[in-house]
Design a protein around this ligand. Sequence first.
Ligand code: SF4
Ligand code: SF4
Length: 186
Amino acid sequence: MTVNPSRQEPARECGECTMCCKLLGVRSIGKPSGTWCTHCTAGRGCAIYHARPQECRDFICAWLKGPALDGQWKPSVCKFIVFAEHGKGLKLKVAVDAARPDAWRKEPFYSYFKNWIAQNAMQDAALLVLIGNRAIAVLPDEDVELGGWSDDDRVVVTRTMTPFGMRLGALKVHKDDPRIQAAVGE
Ligand code: SF4
Ligand code: SF4
């Protein structure tokens, strides 16, 4: 589970949604991503709510933050979770239920993702879709399969000047790769 350093009090309530308790990993209790947490009662919530890990306390998805995303973006409805990571450039991650691997490609979601990356890619932003341990980088003109993904992997958006203008690409690199700290140009 990824801690959001700019956590704000959510505008909404999770209600019956428990999707992050399935789709995201919680390192401190050894919970892998993509499987239900043993503490979760589906549709009811966390059985250890008052003693849940700090990672769980700190996590807030984009829908919960509201109101930019309407009800069809609620993770229990759309079957994926959108959340932001701040570092070198804004990273938007989409954790998708492997039982519904194409959920993020449905409309209006896919067009929203394409528009978001088109508006932000030149500011070191990236949009990464995670389906189980498979990663896909979404770019304005293509979706780049990055293969298997681990906590040590990062995505870097590359820019290549061509006779037809700037072309964007995406690379999977190790978290210690120096290219993370510098905008990549080729
Ligand atoms: S995915 Fe979002 S709305 Fe659903 S339980 Fe987690 S934080 Fe709450
Ligand atoms: S400890 Fe509780 S809040 Fe955290 S993933 Fe498990 S069920 Fe969800």
